[in-house]
Structures are given as structure tokens and as C-alpha cells.
Unconditional design. Structure first.
Ligand code: SAM
Length: 281
């Protein structure tokens, strides 16, 4: 084993490959996920199977999404997993989870030691399919987990925090040192559990407008809301909602962002043509 080769596979940097090799950490992750026979589970980035093998022993079937052809090949010929696995060799960012869920009788349990270079866009991608997800367990950079759980006033509080806390209850579970991987990443990692909030499916919050308003506010996070939102929401409307116009993006709560989104949604109901498309980031 060299620094970048593990079990005969050369770790590809462009795919964010850091393979888990610490048995204690692997056991702790499985314990946190608690897989049960019959559940519909889907793993993003199974790699060399550190989690897949353990979880595959418990389940009757398991679906994995892996971009690296060399790794999918191994999984397809894996001694005991091959009969249980459905392997999608593709970019998880383009995977249609809702389409997949149509063939299932249960909500999906999604997990993975995510490639760090795509973890944030992948989380946003999964939010688009939140209605068909039971829970998610991910290994992420500690810094991303800090952003997920950050509260107003915290330097990590941003658009990811607002959107994630709107969609999910978030529980950091376990800190994972870099020595637990081959090759070791330069950062500390954390396991986090995200449980979709069921009322998200029914509350009349306008997700589209929530995304729009958070993008506008945090793109100009050093400006006051009066300025950063001036093209969307007049100062008087902020005052009417008891949101101080001189506050900055990082100072207002998820509920207040929902209030802004609702106002914007109602206000623009008949003017959708004016609304620019949202870029997820
Ligand atoms: N699960 C394995 C483990 O814990 O040892 C590997 C984790 S490694 C950090 C990330 C895995 O995600 C790699 O196997 C990599 O090839 C895969 N991957 C990277 N980008 C991907 C993408 N866009 N879609 C699907 N899989 C991807």
C-alpha cells in the first residue's frame, strides 16, 4: 500500500477518493445508521465498499451510485454483494432520486462518505427530492457540518444553514480524524444525520422564493437587508414584518427567511416572469 493506493486501487483525486479503513469508525457509522432488513437504502459513492459490505450483510438488496468505472466493476463482481447490489454507474448529481423512488414501496434511506468536492451541491440536489427521503447519513468535512447547523450570528451561518434547517433536523454524530482514511484528507470529517421535517411537504412556504431570497441576502452578506434585498422587498415591507432593515443576512432566523419568502411569493404571484432563475450552489 502506498500513500495513494489502497487494495489495489489508485485513489483518484478528481473523484474525491479517500477510503475509510478504520474498523472502529466503520462500526460506529453502521451503528449510527442502524440499517434494517427490508429497508430501501441507497449509497452515494460506495468506493471500495467499506460501508457497503457491512450494510449489505444486513439488507436483502442495496442500491449504490458510483461514478468511477473501476470501482463499479469491482462491486459488480463482489463475492457476496453482487447478488444484492443494484449499481448505477453515474454522477450522483444527475441521479433522479424521485424517479427511483417510484419503483419502491418505502421512503429512501440515503447514506455515503461523500466526495468533498461535490458535497454541498449534492445536498442541495437531495433537497429537491426531500419528499421521498426518510433520512440521510453523510460523512462531510467538519466545516460543512458546522455550516449545516450554524445559527444566526455565527460566522458559519449562510444559505446552506437556512435551506438545510428549513428542510431537515440535523444531528452531528461523530468526529472522524483524517487518519481513518487512505489517503488521509487535509481536513477533519464528521458524520451527520439529516431527518426531513415532515411539515415541509405541507407548509405553504414558497421554497422557490426561499431560495431566491437567501441567495440575494447571502450573496451580499456584508450589506444590510435593506440594500441586499432592495430589488425584491421594499424596506417598508421588512419593517411591517418586524425585520429590522439594518440587519445583515447572517442576523435573521430561518423562520424570518420563510416570512420573507412568503411575502415575496404572495407579492410576485402574478409577476413570475420577472423572477430570475435560481442557481443552486
Ligand atoms: N464509501 C467509500 C469509503 O467510505 O471508503 C468511498 C468514499 S470516497 C470519499 C467518495 C466516493 O464517491 C468515491 O468512491 C468516488 O469515486 C465517488 N464519487 C465521486 N464523485 C462522485 C459522483 N459525482 N457521483 C457518484 N460517486 C462519486
Amino acid at each position: 500500500m502506498t500513500a495513494h493506493t489502497y487494495r489495489g486501487h489508485y485513489a483518484r483525486k478528481r473523484f474525491g477518493q479517500h477510503f475509510l479503513h478504520d474498523p472502529c469508525i466503520i462500526e460506529s457509522i453502521i451503528h449510527a445508521i442502524q440499517p434494517k432488513y427490508g429497508e430501501v437504502m441507497i449509497e452515494i459513492g460506495p468506493g471500495l465498499g467499506a460501508l457497503t459490505e457491512k450494510i449489505g450483510r444486513v439488507l436483502d438488496k442495496l442500491t449504490v451510485i458510483e461514478i468511477d468505472h473501476d470501482l463499479t466493476l469491482r462491486l459488480k463482481y463482489h463475492s457476496f454483494l453482487q447478488t444484492k447490489l443494484t449499481v448505477f454507474e453515474q454522477d450522483a448529481l444527475e441521479f433522479d432520486f424521485s424517479q427511483f423512488a417510484k419503483q419502491q414501496t418505502q421512503l429512501l434511506r440515503v447514506f455515503g462518505n461523500l466526495p468533498y468536492n461535490i458535497s454541498t451541491p449534492l445536498i442541495f440536489h437531495l433537497f429537491k427530492h426531500i419528499n421521498i427521503i426518510h433520512d440521510m447519513h453523510f460523512m462531510l468535512q467538519e466545516e460543512v457540518v458546522n455550516r449545516l447547523v450554524a445559527k444566526p450570528g455565527n460566522k458559519s451561518y449562510g444559505r446552506l444553514s437556512v435551506m438545510a434547517q428549513y428542510y431537515c433536523k440535523i444531528f452531528p454524530i461523530l468526529t472522524v480524524p483524517s487518519q481513518s482514511f487512505v489517503p488521509p484528507p487535509n481536513v477533519i470529517s464528521k458524520i451527520v444525520r439529516l431527518i426531513p421535517i415532515t411539515h415541509v411537504q405541507t407548509l405553504p412556504h414558497h421554497v422557490y422564493f426561499l431560495s431566491l431570497v437567501t441567495t440575494a441576502a447571502f450573496n451580499k452578506r456584508r450589506k444590510t437587508l435593506r440594500n441586499s434585498l432592495s430589488h425584491l422587498i421594499p424596506t417598508q415591507a421588512l419593517v411591517n414584518m418586524h425585520i429590522c432593515p439594518t440587519l445583515r443576512a447572517e442576523n435573521i432566523s430561518v423562520m424570518q427567511y420563510c416570512q420573507l419568502a412568503d411575502w415575496l411569493g404572495n407579492h410576485l404571484k402574478n409577476k413570475k416572469a420577472n423572477v430570475v432563475s435560481i442557481k443552486y450552489n
